[in-house]
Write a protein that binds this ligand. Structure first.
Ligand SMILES: Nc1ncnc2c1ncn2[C@@H]1O[C@H](COP(=O)(O)OP(=O)(O)OP(=O)(O)O)[C@@H](O)[C@H]1O
Length: 584
């Protein structure tokens, strides 16, 4: 129940639908119990007493009651569905919103397919219970209580005899729930894994195909699919084991009813119609109790789903705006790092140690070092993708934690090694960070990113729709759109993370030209593996294992006898060797 309590805020605002639904359910259930009473009166007071003239009236009365029941069932079902659908609409929106604001750290470990199955299958599971399962439980209690009362009215002793099996049925049902709940949680988990498998495969299909790993992938999918099947079969076994047991106990009651009830009729202690009504009423008690397995099943599934939804809703967001954060449309872009340390998680080896430097407004800072040295981590701290463990990161002498996240991210433009483009128009992709941008601004950004010319050659120009992940464009074209997107927000700080590493020399040259133009007047950080990208930087920070081991400009570092000179020699000696080999 804890899970439902925690999720109350999502369904309770729609309680009026729920109460309407339950109100009409009471009418439906009451009418259901009236049927056997009708039967009893017809047998005992009409048929057995030979008063056949009453039959048409009884039949008409029956039709009227059925009509009322039909109308009440309609309202009960419709309002029940409204309750479920309205609640999960709000829940789904909240989940999505939460996913938008969860920090990068959350996504380091999250799996897309699993998240998707939570947002779809688990939300659906929860909805089904709200719309259907809840009222089934209530119907159960109503049917049992009303039927029980009428049975007691007919014969107390027969009620006791027939319902003697009830405690056994209750125990079996309880045990069933205990077994089936973890089984359902496992099914949901396995489904999440299956989804992850499919999603990763589709995202990485180029890699799979280019390395001929289709068979391997098929086998891996088969494993996940097999696991899902096993989990379902395991649950079926539980179901198959308990259900006949419950049915058997239920049928024992009928045996007791026929034996003892028959005796009472023969002994004239009970009327025949009452015995027939008793049989129907027993069905109303036994059937829902046996069916309780199914309802509990629903309940277990939705509880398991609810728990998985709560895992997202309750995930901690460590990076948020402090109270009254500084909101600015434009920062100057003076960046200072003061003895900054970064550890991604407790017990983790640090990613950055004692980083201190200054980058003046409009200057270019180059970051170089082997892979894993901490270059990307350093720039991520500026936008608060992650939080420094110690030390301060300042923009215009104010800690980044004092700014609103929106201010930071509207003032810091990123161009990553592999840029993600959405499956929408080129125009929408460029203005993604500034949806209010005018067409002139979009075109201007594209021109400065050297993207305008090739965009104009596309069939629909700026309205050309891109496939998922920017399919249909070359790597260099995608990159230039990403550059246009970064500068469309007109950022004071620009971070170019290996922006040219994934393209050929010719494209690199074009992109470099685009970047030179857009770097003007912005504090720029260039993460590069190639020295050629850093020649004109005002300062270069050489990182090794999370520490700055050398700093200066290209001319100073190239003869400093340090790691930069070594990188330079490796990159340029090779070039010279190549040139010599070709007689250059
Ligand atoms: N999200 C993360 N969670 C945990 N550890 C991380 C995370 N991102 C990076 N690291 C670790 O931090 C260290 C620095 O990584 P970082 O990506 O900053 O290096 P880099 O210099 O940018 O490397 P590259 O040139 O390969 O991109 C590495 O040891 C890396 O494994």
């Amino acid at each position: 129940m804890e899970t439902f309590k925690k999720l109350k805020q999502y369904y309770w605002p729609y309680k009026s639908y729920f109460f309407w639904s339950i109100g009409f359910l009471i009418i439906v259930t009451a009418i259901t119990v009236v049927y056997p009473i009708f039967l009893q009166i017809t047998i005992d007071d009409v048929v057995l007493k030979g008063q056949y003239e009453w039959i048409p009236y009884l039949a008409l009365g029956f039709i009227a009651i059925m009509a009322i029941k039909g109308a009440a069932t309609y309202i009960h079902q419709y309002t029940g569905d409204l309750f479920g659908i309205s609640s999960v609409y709000k829940l789904r929106n909240t989940l999505y919103e939460k996913l938008q604001f969860l920090p990068f750290k959350y996504y380091d470990n999250a799996k897309t397919g699993d998240l998707m199955s939570r947002l779809t299958a688990d939300v659906e599971g929860f909805r089904f219970f709200l719309a259907f399962g809840f009222s089934e439980l209530i119907r159960f209690f109503l049917l049992v209580v009303i039927s029980f009362s009428v049975m007691m009215y007919y014969s107390l002793s027969l009620t006791i005899v027939t319902l003697i099996t009830l405690p056994f049925l209750a125990v079996a049902t309880y045990k069933f729930d205990q077994a089936v709940h973890p089984a359902f949680r496992n099914i949901r988990k396995s489904f999440g894994k299956l989804n992850t498998k499919v999603q990763e495969n589709i995202s990485g299909i180029h890699t799979v195909k280019s390395l001929s790993r289709e068979e391997f992938e098929i086998n891996k999918f088969n494993d996940s699919n097999g696991d899902y099947k096993q989990k379902y079969l395991f649950t079926s076994k539980i179901w198959a084991k308990y259900f006949p047991m419950m049915e058997f106990i239920g049928n024992l009651s009928i045996v007791f009813l026929l034996a003892y009830g028959g005796y009472l009729v023969i002994d004239n202690q009970l009327q025949l119609g009452e015995l027939v009504a008793f049989y129907s009423l027993l069905g109303y008690i036994m059937w829902p109790i046996m069916n309780l397995g199914f309802t509990i099943n629903l309940f277990s599934q939705s509880k398991a789903s609810g728990e998985r939804l709560l895992e997202i809703l309750e995930a901690e967001n460590e990076i948020y705006d402090r109270e009254n954060p500084i909101e600015k449309t434009c920062v100057d872009g003076n960046v200072t790092f003061n003895q900054v340390h970064l550890k991604y998680s407790e017990g983790d080896q640090g990613a950055l140690y004692d980083i201190s430097f200054e980058a003046k407004k409009g200057s270019v800072t180059g970051l170089i070092g082997s892979t894993g040295a901490g270059k990307t981590s350093l720039t991520g701290l500026l936008s608060r993708f992650y939080e420094a463990t110690n030390g301060e990161v300042l923009i215009d002498d104010i800690s980044v934690t004092d700014y609103s996240l929106e201010t930071l991210r509207r003032n810091i433009g990123f161009v990553l090694q592999e840029s993600f483009l959405f499956s929408s128009s080129i125009k929408a992709n460029i203005s993604f960070g500034k949806p209010e941008a005018t067409m002139d601004e979009i075109v201007d950004a594209a021109k400065r990113a050297q993207a305008h010319d090739f965009i104009m050659e596309l069939p629909d120009g700026y309205n050309t729709m891109l496939g998922e992940r920017g399919m249909g464009l070359s790597g260099g074209q995608k990159q230039r759109i990403a550059i246009a997107r970064a500068i469309c927000i007109n950022p004071s700080i620009l971070i170019l993370d290996d922006a040219t590493s994934a393209v050929d020399m010719e494209t690199e040259f074009q992109i470099q030209r685009a970047l030179k133009e857009v770097m003007k007047g912005r504090t720029t950080f260039i993460i590069a593996h190639r020295i050629s990208s850093l020649k004109y930087a005002n300062q270069i920070l050489v990182l090794e294992e999370g520490r700055i081991v050398e700093r200066g400009n290209h001319d100073q570092l190239v003869s400093n006898n340090g790691p930069y000179q070594r990188i330079y020699e490796i990159q340029y000696q090779d070039k010279e060797k190549v040139l010599q080999a070709f007689g250059g």
